[in-house]
Design a protein around this ligand. Structure first.
Ligand code: NAP
Length: 295
């Protein structure tokens, strides 16, 4: 049998993303041994019980011992303390990567704690669901989806290529960009849409009782799609907004201006303005379907 890409992979955090990676890596022989660390015993028991990893540890330092790949897959707010804990415990040459949804803040949080012998290859799979925890993962999650890698100038290129091979082995397509460019792109494609969904669902929650019941009853008219996005993990999303502050505020500013323009068009009865915009946006949807990023 061919040598696996990594002999021992350690996951710090084994929820939706970590457990999907572990399942796929096991299925495709990308790692010889898979181990994990999480905060709660319940999560550790689940990860081992489901067969996602063979061993679980209650500290990040214990989990990374002897690993040649370390994947940080926790909410971003925990990254600095995790990097501090694993830094001295890493095997020389071990590659550290991550899956966090923001990249510049992650680079700033992790790199100060890693030695020159441990390359950091920041990554972000553009795939997910609104579910959390080890039981929610599945090996096909990354199939046909993009993963963005954001190496810095000091990231060793062999390590980047190895992490690229890992993602391609899990069925993903890989793009490389700078951390700050990633944060700008994701602010508009992911962070702003989540903020809007959280707002709309929050507005509906604040309605009087009888109206709120009708919102649920007739939700298939559009509201339902926002509730799926707004069901995403609260801690994860708190950390995303706190760590991508500038790009989110910049896109939010543009969005508010465009919303005000629409408000004015509706007030003035300018149907042509509305129709022109809606025709333009319909084309974007067709483009996403053509790019096989939606059915
Ligand atoms: P998740 O399902 O909630 O899993 C998070 C995991 O991290 C759990 O195993 C949790 O353990 C563990 N954890 C939390 N704090 C920790 C700490 N201080 N030390 C050790 N383990 C800790 O989350 P997820 O959806 O996989 O998201 C993980 C990362 O992926 C986030 O940074 C997110 O931005 C990124 N991401 C998410 C998606 C998505 O759609 N969900 C998509 C792309 C990227 P316990 O259960 O014991 O707390």
């Amino acid at each position: 049998m061919a040598e696996p890409l990594f002999k021992r992979a350690a996951f710090i955090g084994i929820g939706l993303i970590g457990s999907s990676m572990a399942r796929r890596m096991a299925a495709d022989g990308l790692a010889g041994e898979l181990v994990a660390c999480a905060r709660s015993q319940d999560t550790l028991d689940q990860a081992v019980g489901l067969g996602v990893v063979s061993q679980a540890y209650d500290t990040p330092a214990a989990a990374v011992e002897g690993a040649d790949l370390v994947v940080i897959a926790t909410p971003i707010g925990s990254y600095a303390s995790i990097a501090k804990a694993i830094g001295p415990a890493l095997k020389p040459g071990a590659i550290v990567t991550d899956v966090g949804s923001v990249k510049q803040a992650v680079v700033d949080a992790v790199t100060p704690y890693l030695s020159d012998q441990n390359p950091f290859v920041p990554g972000h799979p553009i795939a997910g669901t609104e579910n959390s925890g080890p039981a929610s993962g599945f090996p096909e999650l990354f199939e046909g989806r993009w993963t963005i890698l954001t190496p810095t100038e000091s990231t060793n290129s062999d390590a980047v290529e190895k992490v690229r091979t890992l993602w391609e082995g899990m069925g993903a397509m890989v793009d490389i960009m700078t951390p700050s460019h990633h944060d700008m792109v994701l602010a508009i494609t992911s962070h702003l849409p989540h903020l809007i969904a959280y707002t709309i669902v929050g507005t509906a929650t604040d309605l009087e009782d009888d109206l709120r019941q009708e919102v649920v009853k007739y939700s298939a008219s559009g509201f339902r799609d926002f509730t799926r996005i707004a069901a995403s993990d609260p801690v994860m999303w708190r950390d995303i907004f706190l760590n991508n502050r500038e790009a989110t505020l910049e896109t939010l500013q543009r969005f508010s201006e465009d919303l005000t323009a629409l408000q004015r068009a509706i007030r003035r009865g300018e149907g042509d303005v509305l129709e022109k915009l809606f025709a333009r946006t319909r084309k974007i949807r067709r483009g996403i379907i053509d790019a096989k990023q939606a059915e």
